[in-house]
Structure formats: structure tokens, C-alpha cells
Design a protein around this ligand. Structure first.
Ligand SMILES: [Zn+2]
Length: 133
């Protein structure tokens, strides 16, 4: 029995995704990785949601939609990828916060749908393998 097998038996798909995306406040840099994982990319190119241009990971910043200085968290709902240039001009500006939060929620919903699909496919393949044995 593989890791995935025992893992997925104990939890339903939704729990797996929630657990995976759980916030890790202790590891302060982890949110960067988490944000990229939860942002659609085109073969490693990420689109800045502010200027619409595409950049490589290294040229993207993680923006806290609600700034940390105003109590924003490291949760993925509060994170978005924007380019370094836009991030510099945004700073603690909250004029687009509501709009950003709404957009981010939608984006995550789509992302979770993809992840669920992936889990289901993985499970299907595994069940097929089992039947072969
Ligand atoms: Zn930008």
C-alpha cells in the first residue's frame, strides 16, 4: 500500500487539498511557494494581475492583498502574484483590496477544481493498477 493510498483512504479529496494548503505561519517563507502553487501559470510564466504582463517566478512578488501591516495573513486567500514593479507601486494601497479578494477567491476555486480532478485521476489509475495484480 503506497503513501498516497493510505493517505487518500483516511481523508476525502477535499480534506487532502485543505490539509495541503493549510497555513504554515511558522515557516515564514513558505507562503511564497504556496502562492505559486495556487496560481495558474503558463509553463512557468505567471501573469501579473495588475499590469497583465507575464513574468518568470523570480520576477514575481507575493503580495498580501490585505497588507500584513493591516492584519493580513499568510493564508493563500490573502496572497496574489504580482510583478515586482507593480508591487513597488502598490505598497500599502488598499483601494483594490475588495476586488482583489474576490478575484482571488474565484481563482482558488478554479485551482481546487483542478486539484480535485488530479486526485480523482490519480485514484482511478491506482485502482486500475490494483485490479491488474
Ligand atoms: Zn505588474
Amino acid at each position: 500500500m503506497g503513501f498516497f493510498d493510505s493517505f487518500s483512504k483516511a481523508f476525502n479529496d477535499r480534506d487532502v487539498i485543505d490539509m495541503y494548503n493549510e497555513d504554515d505561519e511558522e515557516n515564514g517563507n513558505y507562503y511564497r511557494q504556496r502562492c505559486f502553487e495556487n496560481t495558474p501559470s503558463n509553463h512557468g510564466w505567471y501573469k501579473c494581475i495588475k499590469c497583465g504582463k507575464s513574468f518568470r517566478k523570480g520576477d514575481m512578488d507575493i503580495d498580501h492583498i490585505i497588507p500584513k501591516s493591516k492584519g493580513g495573513t499568510n493564508r493563500r486567500e490573502n496572497l496574489q502574484c504580482i510583478c515586482k514593479h507593480c508591487n513597488r507601486s502598490k505598497q500599502d494601497d488598499t483601494s483594490e483590496t475588495n476586488q482583489d479578494l474576490k478575484r482571488r477567491k474565484k481563482e482558488l476555486k478554479a485551482q481546487d477544481k483542478e486539484d480535485l480532478k488530479f486526485l480523482r485521476e490519480a485514484r482511478k489509475i491506482q485502482n486500475k493498477e490494483k485490479r491488474k495484480k
